[in-house]
Write a protein that binds this ligand. Structure first.
Ligand code: FES
Length: 160
């Protein structure tokens, strides 16, 4: 048909220029140091991740993740020491159980669980951190912008 051109829908246009915003909650002792190693080793990785450093994954409250989504994150990474390597003995075991349940909860409230990555990255695993970041960024890019976050405050019970 002459004279007709396909005009991309606004959603497709958004998708084309979409740069995911990813918040990473990491433990101070392993993943933060691994991320630092990735940086000092000049490993190429997606620049989409902002890191929030906490003492241990055991300190990462799932509400932090919901808050991140509420404030505009398109994906979240939670990462810490490998099982049996936690500097506080069992913090990562608690986190592992907590986030296994949290996955079901976020699916229930309408958040695609692929938006949350849980990983274990040691201080010597700069390459692994790069891979986690690149994979989470690619997944978030595929899923598209998470525009529902504004509604989250009304959907989840708030601790006051
Ligand atoms: Fe790293 Fe506990 S200190 S997970």
């Amino acid at each position: 048909m002459a004279g007709t051109t396909a005009v991309p829908a606004a959603k497709d246009m958004d998708q084309q220029h979409f740069e995911p915003r990813i918040t990473a909650f990491v433990c101070n002792w392993c993943t933060y140091t691994g991320a630092d190693l990735a940086g000092t080793s000049r490993l190429q990785m997606a620049p989409n991740v902002r890191i929030i450093r906490l003492p241990c994954t055991g300190r990462i409250d799932p509400l932090f993740v919901l808050k991140a989504f509420e404030r505009g994150a398109d994906a979240v990474i939670v990462s810490g020491c490998h099982p049996a390597d936690c500097h506080y003995n069992a913090g990562n075991y608690h986190a592992r159980r907590r986030f296994a349940l949290f996955r079901d909860l976020i699916e229930f409230i309408g958040i695609d669980p692929r938006r949350v990555t849980v990983s274990w990255v040691s201080a010597s695993e700069g390459n692994k951190w790069r891979d986690v970041v690149n994979r989470a960024t690619a997944t978030a890019r595929d899923l598209g912008p998470f525009n529902d976050y504004r509604e989250l405050a009304g959907r989840v019970p708030c601790a006051s």
